[in-house]
Design a protein around this ligand. Structure first.
Ligand code: NDP
Length: 249
C-alpha cells in the first residue's frame, strides 16, 4: 500500500466480481474512494461491503444497468450528489454472447455492443465535465486482445472491443487539452466467471497459445489499471496496454 490514489475518487463499472472487483479493491487499497457499479444490486452491494470490511468507508455501491441510457443518467446524478468530484472512470462492465455469425441473433449483437461499447460512451458523456475539473482526470476502458485480432465465434464481442479502442483514442484527442488521459487495457485470457464458461477443450487450446503458459489473474489487470490511473502515467494517453502473457505479439 503506497496511497498512490489518496484523495481521488474513482468509478468502476462491472465491479461486482471478476476484473472490475479486483480494480475496485486495488484502488481502495491505494487510498481512493471507490464507487462500484454493476447490474445485480445484491452482488454490487456485497462487493462494496467486502472491501469496506477491510478498508472501512472506502467503497459505495450504485447498482445500474450500464447499457440503459436513462439508468446511467440517473445513476451518475446520484453519484455526483454524494461525490461532487470524480478523478478516475473505469469502463469495465462487459458480457459475451458467443456464436458463429451464421447463428448470431440481432439481440446478441445489440446486447454485447450496448453493454461493452455504448456504456463507455454513456459514462464518458455524463462525466466528462467533472473529469475535466480534476487536476489529473483518467479514463480507462476495458478492451480485449480479441478487439485487436478478431476471433471466430465472437464477431459481436470483437467488434465491441475494437470499437472501445477507437473510442478511447478519440476521447484521448478530445480531452487532452484538459489534461484528461484516456487509455484502454486489452486483457488476454484472465481467470473470471466470464472465462469459466469456456469448455475444457477450448481452454486447453487457448493455454497452448500463451507464451507465459498460464491464465492471467484479475489482479494482473487491476495493476495495469492502477498504473494508468496513477500520477506515473501522466504522460500516457490514447494507448492500448496489452496484458496477455504474450498471446498477442
Ligand atoms: P465477469 O463476467 O466476471 O464480470 C462482469 C461484470 O460486469 C459483472 O460485475 C457484471 O455485473 C457486470 N455487468 C455485465 N453487464 C452489465 C450491465 N448491463 N450493467 C452493469 N454491469 C454489468 O467479467 P470479467 O471480469 O471477466 O470481465 C471484465 C471486463 O474485462 C469485460 O469488459 C470483459 O470483456 C473484459 N475482458 C475480460 C477478459 C477475460 O479473460 N476475463 C479478457 C478480455 C477482456 P452483473 O453480474 O451484476 O451483471
Amino acid at each position: 500500500m503506497n496511497n498512490r490514489l489518496a484523495g481521488k475518487t474513482a468509478i468502476v463499472t462491472g465491479a461486482g466480481r471478476g476484473i472490475g472487483y479486483a480494480i475496485a479493491y486495488r484502488f481502495a487499497q491505494e487510498g481512493a474512494k471507490v464507487v462500484l457499479i454493476s447490474r445485480n444490486a445484491a452482488s454490487c452491494e456485497g462487493a462494496a461491503e467486502r472491501i469496506n470490511q477491510e478498508l472501512p468507508g472506502s467503497c459505495k455501491a450504485f447498482p445500474c444497468d450500464v447499457a440503459d441510457a436513462a439508468a446511467v443518467d440517473a445513476c451518475v446524478k446520484s453519484i455526483l450528489s454524494e461525490y461532487p468530484s470524480v478523478d478516475i472512470l473505469v469502463n469495465n462492465a462487459g458480457i459475451t454472447r458467443d456464436g458463429l455469425l451464421m447463428r448470431m441473433k440481432e439481440e446478441d449483437w445489440d446486447a454485447v455492443v450496448n453493454t461493452n461499447l455504448k456504456s463507455a460512451f454513456l459514462f464518458v458523456k455524463a462525466l466528462q465535465r467533472v473529469l475535466m475539473k480534476s487536476p489529473a482526470g483518467r479514463i480507462i476502458n476495458l478492451s480485449s486482445i480479441v478487439g485487436i485480432s478478431g476471433n471466430a465465434g465472437q464477431a459481436n464481442y470483437a467488434a465491441s472491443k475494437a470499437g472501445v479502442i477507437g473510442f478511447t483514442k478519440s476521447v484521448a484527442q478530445e480531452l487532452a487539452g484538459r489534461k484528461v488521459t484516456s487509455n484502454a487495457i486489452a486483457p488476454g485470457f484472465i481467470s473470471t466467471e466470464m472465462t469459466d464458461a469456456i469448455p475444457d477443450k477450448a481452454r486447453e487450446a487457448i493455454l497452448a497459445r500463451i507464451p507465459l503458459s498460464d491464465m492471467g489473474r484479475p489482479e494482473d489487470i487491476a495493476n495495469c489499471a492502477l498504473f494508468l490511473a496513477s500520477d506515473e502515467a501522466r504522460y500516457i494517453t490514447g494507448q492500448v496496454l496489452v496484458c496477455d502473457g504474450g498471446m498477442c505479439m
